[in-house]
Design a binder for this molecule. Structure first.
Ligand SMILES: [Zn+2]
Length: 377
């Protein structure tokens, strides 16, 4: 029996330990495979991060496969059943850091491109690869840098498949056609510190902020829409007090976060928070930070092409979803009208003993290849 080429490449990539923001030779290996297929490969380095942009063909439509070679740290090595950077098969599963997030996807995309190009050298349009080693870290020198460079030179992307692990139980049962945005606030409500026995000489910021906080937590920010659950507001941290039981504190610090959908805007949410705080007459400082804008690709030719590929390969009827954390899709969506994420089941990602079921590896490659066939033939 010949070993699956995708499995072999996945194992090779897992063995190249590439904890974020390191790439450790993964992209060089991909270039070795892509160049003979006619891809023009370009390394775009930024702030210690390695990025790869590769394109085969000069015409439209341009179908891009995107992903990251970096992985999250292993956690305590002694808790792994086998070493995280020694790919190991046990009970039908391949174990190793990056097995699910997302070295199998990268290997599957590259082998899919090889099969597709060898069978259809004269395919229409172009195929691209956008690979970074800064997805799991701050994500400031990765995909966003490449997207800016592509935009500057007027490179037009038409479709992008991001290989993030989006499946739930079975390969193909879920794809992501959008992600919510994330916006945090640090609110400092000011009072006047004093002796707890002389409250008339002090002003208690905990008491003052309580009604405003009750209102913020009860507020309905939007109803969501066809693709999204309603925007959610959550308090993550709240600090006040000196530790002594006879002191009214001088301030309270509250950290909160919005996971917001396309039914709300950054400006709209900020205005409404300020209006509630102002209504309660609070003296406060509020600093905002936005870690991701929401994006949405409505059902269309790309989600249909992937859904059809999944159905043909596995018989599974896929579900479009916008759940989960932020991803690099948020950067790509600014320069590409259709962005959909699809990859293997995500139950073990970022965990000890991360793995992928071996039986999903070749079908994953086949689904990526069928997606190329659906869009470029
Ligand atoms: Zn990932």
């Amino acid at each position: 029996m010949t070993m699956s080429k995708t499995l072999a490449l996945t194992e090779e990539l897992i063995a190249l330990s590439s904890v974020t923001p390191q790439d450790n030779g993964c992209q060089a290996r991909l270039i070795e495979l892509l160049e003979p297929l006619g891809f023009v490969c370009e390394t775009i380095a930024s702030g210690g991060v390695t990025n790869l942009w590769a394109r085969r063909g000069t015409t439209q439509p341009l179908l891009v496969f995107a992903g990251h070679t970096d992985v999250v740290p292993t956690g305590p090595l002694d808790q792994w059943t086998s070493p995280p950077f020694e790919p190991t098969q046990r009970d039908g599963k391949l174990y190793g850091r990056g097995a699910a997030d997302m070295k199998t996807s990268i290997a599957a995309m590259v082998v899919a491109a090889e099969e597709f190009v060898q069978a259809h050298a004269d395919h229409k349009g172009s195929i691209g690869f956008l690979i970074t080693s800064d997805e799991e870290g701050p994500a400031t020198d990765g995909t966003v840098i490449v997207c800016n460079a592509l935009k500057e030179r007027g490179e037009q992307l038409d479709y992008c498949v991001v290989g993030e692990p989006t499946s739930s139980q079975m390969l193909g049962d879920m794809i992501k056609n959008g992600r919510r945005g994330s916006m945090s606030g640090r609110l400092v409500v000011k009072g006047i510190q004093g002796h707890i026995a002389y409250p008339q000489l002090a002003r208690n910021p905990i008491h003052q902020c309580a009604p405003a906080l009750a209102e913020l937590t009860a507020e309905k920010w939007d109803d969501g829409n066809e693709y999204y659950l309603p925007t959610s507001f959550q308090v993550s941290n709240m600090h006040a007090g000196t530790g002594a039981s006879n002191v009214i504190p001088g301030e309270v610090v509250i950290d909160f976060n919005f996971r917001f959908c396309t039914a709300s805007t950054v400006e709209g949410l900020q205005q409404r928070v300020h209006a509630i705080l102002d209504k309660h007459g609070l003296e406060y400082d509020l600093k905002w930070s936005i870690s991701g804008h929401p994006f949405l690709t409505p059902k269309g030719s790309l989600s249909d092409a992937i859904g059809d590929a999944i159905r043909s390969e596995t018989g599974v009827e896929t579900e479009l979803s916008t759940t989960g954390g932020t991803s690099d899709g948020r950067f790509i969506a600014r320069i590409c009208p259709q962005v959909v994420e699809f990859g293997p089941p995500n139950g073990s990602i970022h965990k000890i003993d991360e793995h992928i079921e071996v039986r999903f590896i070749d079908p994953l490659k086949n689904i990526y290849r069928r997606t190329m066939e659906n869009l470029l033939l």
